[in-house]
Design a protein around this ligand. Structure first.
Ligand SMILES: C[S@@+](CC[C@H](N)C(=O)[O-])C[C@H]1O[C@@H](n2cnc3c(N)ncnc32)[C@H](O)[C@@H]1O
Length: 220
């Protein structure tokens, strides 16, 4: 897989720029920014399909910010970052001395972007393209979820799985700006640990979300 990823990495580097204009400015991330031609490209002009990894979503920003400010939550823990996108959550966990970090995404571009961003921030972690949703995750004790409640059908499935993991004593951390997938009913199962004001640049990218939060799933 690594040889294939290096081809994708070349494309990613061509179309992105390094930025610190987000909620975790201590991390340099290669993203599509207003300085990149792709910023204003029409959908049919995009060289990538659904390049979620090219943006740092508000939920991912909350997750990484919380980890960098509260390192104990990952220190010596085995962390899996499901839907890692640009890899910022994994980078934060690696920086804060997690025992093991696995960045996971079903999009190979996300894994290539995560590796590029790991190098930029001088950390290392494993990557996997396996679809872990529904699995027991026996090798991990901490699950990171950054902004994955954007689709109702997926949210149903994802939330039920996370509830089961939490009941099995896994620590489930969810970064989310309050998307519709976090319904009133679901909010009863999670506890908000922190709320952050989004930087102005990130607000304009994110359709007006001005705040983002980090939630922990309750264990019962
Ligand atoms: C909205 S993006 C969030 C990315 C990153 N966590 C952040 O907050 O910046 C959602 C990511 O989930 C990934 N994804 C979707 N379904 C997935 C699955 N079943 N397993 C792993 N990743 C998945 C997508 O490819 C995408 O990169």
């Amino acid at each position: 897989m690594l040889r294939d990823l290096s081809k994708l990495a070349t494309e990613i580097v061509r179309h992105t720029a390094v930025t610190r204009r987000h909620l975790t400015p201590e991390l340099s991330l290669r993203l599509v920014t207003p300085a990149c031609p792709l910023w204003t490209a029409q959908e049919h002009e995009l060289p990538f399909q659904d390049p979620f990894w090219a943006f740092y979503w508000p939920g991912g920003q909350a997750a990484a910010r919380y980890i960098l400010d509260n390192g104990k939550v990952v220190e010596n823990r085995r962390v899996i970052d499901i839907g890692c996108g640009c890899g910022a959550g994994s980078i934060a966990a690696a920086k804060m001395k997690a025992k093991r970090v696995l960045a996971n995404d079903i999009d190979p571009y996300a894994l290539a972007a995560s590796k590029i961003n790991a190098d930029l921030n001088k950390v290392n972690f494993e990557i996997s393209m396996e679809n872990f949703i529904g699995k027991k995750l026996e090798e991990f004790d901490t699950i990171l979820i950054g902004d994955m409640f954007y689709d109702e059908e997926f949210a149903n499935y994802l939330f039920e799985w996370l509830l089961t993991l939490a009941k099995n004593d896994k620590t489930v951390l969810i970064g989310d700006p309050g998307r519709h997938g976090l319904t009133e009913k679901r909010l009863q199962h999670i506890t908000r640990l922190a709320t952050y004001k989004m930087p102005d640049d990130s607000c304009s990218e994110n359709h007006g979300f001005t705040e983002t939060s980090l939630w922990r799933m309750n264990t019962e």
